[in-house]
Write a protein that binds this ligand. Sequence first.
Ligand code: 0WD
Ligand code: CA
Length: 380
Amino acid sequence: RPNRPQNQSVPSRGQNPDSSLSLSTRRELYERDFPVYKQPVEVGCFSLDSERRFFNDGRQMRYYVEPDRSPNFDLRDGYKDRFIKRDDSVKEKLDHMLRWILANRSKLSARGTTASSCDLDIDFVTWRGHLTKLLTAPYETREGWQLAVTRFRGTLYISEVETEAARRDQENRTERHEEMMYWGYKFEQYTCADTVHGQPDPGGVLNTNEAFCTVVQTRLADHRLLFSGEVDCRDKDPNAPAAPACYIELKTSAEICTPKQRSNFHRFKLLKWWAQSFLPGVPRVVAGFRDEEGVVVAMETFPISKISHLIKNEHNCWKPTVCMNFCSDFLSFVKHIATEDNPSVVYLLSWEPRRDVTFSVHRDSPYCFLPHWFVEEMTS
Ligand code: 0WD
Ligand code: CA
């Protein structure tokens, strides 16, 4: 992994009187009108198979099958003997998205006169999950992040770098925690079928290499965005609206037994669920509430458009407008600082809770993340 690099051009935190070189995450600063966020449009999709191979199609799409009785899903089933876990030490960075971009370049090319015909008509390319972290930063008190940014042919590419703290947490996971991470995937297996008329197969092998990802285009204020996110399944009704409106996000959560638990669920979990699905325009989350033994005891559907009303009774709760305005200002900040158009330059934006976002610049460093195959094909 990258060595701690030299901080090349920026004074350290606190010594910097120039506020244009850091960005605050304080909530009060972002309580203004909701910014323009255009309805996200699906411009394509791709699939990753059981060996993590990329396909420029929707072969891994799954179909939601509503459980017909009160569920009794045992989420622990198969953990020991029918589970193939993706190797998360392999850092894929933006590679799958970049493959998708190369395969679909004609859909994205600029038509204006200012950009040459092979440049993308897009300001930012990233994963949805990275944007989720930006949306929730004003309310995050535990986990910081590092985002690497490269400007290449006018487009800003954003790819996460694992923090030291995240790496430590990952190494020190308890066996209980490892198993609980499986529960979310197991819930998907109980509720999703591989074909439109099929039934779920909870007796099969669960392989977390497999994924179906949507690619959407949208605009936040004056930022044109292209991002991809993993989608769990879709509504199987042939009359369902077009993607992304037919998509369904599946979640598991501990069952809620006390007012305190309900309040925490609203304040923390619904924030993450809202941010993740609002971004790509996925309209609903289907939640399975499980007991301590990993048995799903209740299900509930949360329409994303209703989540912000649900939380209004909570004192001092999160606000969607703060999330979106912070993200918009962050992207403006990135445009302002990441000025050199060069695939081997990385602007590393770092954030820890209760601090400002700061950055450092790295040339030909281990932080570089645009692969040669991408740079070469985009340049030719
Ligand atoms: O290598 C990396 N640093 C990353 C790779 C970081 C983030 C994402 N990815 C890639 C993977 O190819 C993955 O297929 O992105 C895909 C998912 O991206 P996303 O939709 O932007 O990620 P996010 O919104 O954080 O997570 C969506 C789902 C998760 O579902 P829940 O319900 O738990 O939020 O994607 C899964 C997980 O099931 N997931 C991942 N799958 C593979 N690799 C990863 C990951 N790193 N992170 C989340
Ligand atoms: Ca999910």
